[in-house]
Write a protein that binds this ligand. Structure first.
Ligand code: CP
Length: 370
């Protein structure tokens, strides 16, 4: 049976700290404010709130849900678990996968989802503040799932609601250039499944390639990889798009070895997993555009498959442009479409855990599937 009680000891209360004090806390301390009474996550806002044990629990639960969902009886069971709940998906930044996989996860668990995908349709156009908008959502829904261009909006919403009569859970579905914690969860789940027969994620060499400065998926995943012994990371990017020093400091303090290089192609024969990313030029601003570089040097071509080890995998959070040749898609090492589907299962597991339905799922699994 899943036991979350070990996380209880650290629990702190958001309504007992000012926003200014909370905002300044180190991320590892902030994490203590996102736990609920039973030790499970309540808000899911930053990658730093996950530890090895919670990652393992969520991955196990995702697999159970995936297996249960194979039959009509299983789907019927899952769809009754949270039939009494409603979720608001507030996505003011473009999204296909995160939006739809959360939407599908809600449907799997019986939650009725609603959506705002463009704030021009909300009363914010009449001058209402973002915080008042979020408080309005919390009046009608039991869970808020937010994608925002602003770095701290989800955290601020969680803090603000903690001082109201409806402090509903908040899930960060991507915030600014900074965090994408649930993408990191699905990436860990994909790595774990990919290396199931090779001793797990432990000891693997993960190569990140592309826009690592502004790619929030890499920033969140790098942090989660510190929980797996003997992992090493290579960050392959043009100078201006190299990973941030804040992430390197976190790797240093966890003792995870890493290398920085501008020569992606030389890393391919040494990789267990290649994690490609898109150049995030939506963040370019006038006067702040990275120097030109040869995009092909940071792309994975069909020719590169010949130099990739047979047991390695190619991942991508998607969407892609030209950084992976579609000719690679049918190679068994290309797992990015599976990775995308894994998002639906791990997000189902996360929502079921937030609403404390995880043990019921495990009981059903033990009685009917195992
Ligand atoms: N990986 C990811 O966040 O994709 P979307 O932007 O399509 O949600």
């Amino acid at each position: 049976m899943l036991d979350w009680s070990s996380f209880l000891l650290k629990r702190k209360h958001l309504d007992e700290i000012s926003w200014e004090d909370f905002h300044q806390l180190p991320l590892t301390e902030k994490a203590n404010y996102f736990v609920q009474n039973n030790g499970r996550p309540y808000h899911v806002l930053i990658a730093q709130q996950f530890e090895r044990e919670s990652l393992d629990k969520l991955c196990d639960l995702a697999t159970r849900i995936r297996r249960i969902a194979k039959s009509k009886a299983g789907m019927d069971f899952l769809s009754l678990l949270l039939k009494h709940k409603r979720a608001m998906l507030d996505f003011t930044q473009p999204s296909s996968r995160t939006f739809l996989s959360f939407y599908a996860a809600c449907q799997i668990l019986g939650i009725r989802p609603a959506e705002v995908r463009n704030s021009s349709t909300s009363s914010e156009m009449k001058g209402e503040s973002r915080m008042d908008t979020m408080r309005t959502f919390s009046s009608y829904f039991d869970l808020l799932i937010m994608r925002t261009p602003e770095q701290n909006l989800a955290e601020k919403t969680a803090w603000m609601l903690s001082n109201t009569e409806r402090p509903v859970p908040i899930i960060n579905a991507g915030s600014g250039k900074d965090q994408h914690p649930t993408q990191a969860l699905l990436d860990v789940y994909t790595l774990q499944r990919s290396f199931e027969r090779r001793g797990g994620i432990e000891g693997k060499h993960i190569v990140f390639c592309g826009d690592l400065a502004r790619g929030r998926t890499v920033r969140s995943l790098a942090k989660l990889l510190t929980h797996y012994p003997n992992v090493r990371i290579t960050f392959a990017a043009p100078g201006a798009l190299q990973i941030g020093t804040d992430i390197l400091a976190q790797l240093d303090s966890a003792g995870l070895p890493y290398e920085l290089t501008a020569d992606f192609k030389s890393t391919i024969p040494e990789a267990d997993a290649i994690y490609m990313t898109r150049i995030q030029d939506e963040w370019d601003t006038e006067g702040d555009t990275p120097a030109k570089f040869n995009l092909e040097e940071y792309s994975f071509s069909a020719d590169d498959l010949k130099r990739l080890p047979q047991q390695a995998v190619i991942m991508h959070p998607l969407p892609r442009r030209t950084e992976i040749d579609p000719a690679c898609d049918n190679d068994p090492r290309a797992v990015y479409w599976r990775q995308m589907r894994n998002g639906m299962w791990i997000r189902s597991a996360l929502i079921a855990t937030i609403f404390v339905r995880d043990n019921e799922i495990t009981n059903y699994y033990m009685m009917n599937i195992k």
